[in-house]
Ligand binder design. Structure first.
Ligand SMILES: [Cu+2]
Length: 156
C-alpha cells in the first residue's frame, strides 16, 4: 500500500504540471490530449490501490475478543454466552478475564485453551481458525461446562 501511495503522489505531481501547461496555453490542444491520457492512467492506479487495500485487510485478518467469566457463564459486552464468529483463516485472539471464580476458556477443536485464572486475572490464547464449522467453547473447571459455562464459536 505504501508503494502504491507513492506512485499515486508521483502520478499527480506528473499530471498537474501538464494540466497547468494546457491551461496556460490556449493554442496547445496536443497538451490537453496528453493530460487526458495521463488522467486515464491515474484512474487505473487508483483502482489498483483499492485492490491492495482489500488484500491488506485479508493479510491482517485478526479477531480480538474480550470475554469474561463468572459462575457459571461467559460474558462479552454485557451479553451472556456470546457467539464468536470469524472467517476461515482468521487469527483469533481471546482475552479472558475472570469476573468471579476460577475459570478458563477452552476450544478443543483448535487445541486452544487459556490458563485457569482466579477473580480479577486475565489470560490470553491465540490460534488460527483454519476449519469451517460451528463449535462449542467452554470452561473446563469442575462441572462449569455442565452448569452452562459455554458459548458458540463459528468459522465461516
Ligand atoms: Cu468456570
Amino acid at each position: 500500500m505504501k508503494k502504491k501511495t507513492v506512485l499515486l503522489v508521483l502520478g499527480f505531481a506528473f499530471v498537474l504540471p501538464l494540466v497547468g501547461a494546457g491551461c496556460a496555453s490556449s493554442t496547445a490542444p496536443e497538451n490537453d490530449a496528453v493530460s487526458l491520457e495521463q488522467i486515464g492512467q491515474l484512474d487505473v492506479m487508483i483502482d489498483e490501490g483499492k485492490g491492495d487495500t482489500a488484500v491488506e485487510e485479508t493479510d491482517q485478518a485478526k479477531a480480538i475478543f474480550a470475554l469474561s467469566g463468572k459462575n457459571f457463564a461467559f460474558m462479552m459486552d454485557g451479553q451472556e454466552a456470546p457467539v464468536l464468529k470469524v472467517k476461515k483463516g482468521t487469527t483469533v485472539h481471546i482475552d479472558f478475564t475472570s469476573e468471579s471464580g476460577f475459570h478458563d476458556w477452552v476450544l478443543d477443536e483448535f487445541g486452544a485453551a487459556t490458563d485457569r485464572v482466579q477473580t480479577g486475572e486475565t489470560v490470553s490464547v491465540e490460534f488460527v481458525a483454519d476449519q469451517v464449522g460451528t463449535y462449542e467453547y467452554y470452561c473446563s473447571v469442575g462441572a462449569h461446562r455442565a452448569n452452562g459455562m459455554i458459548g458458540t464459536f463459528i468459522v465461516e
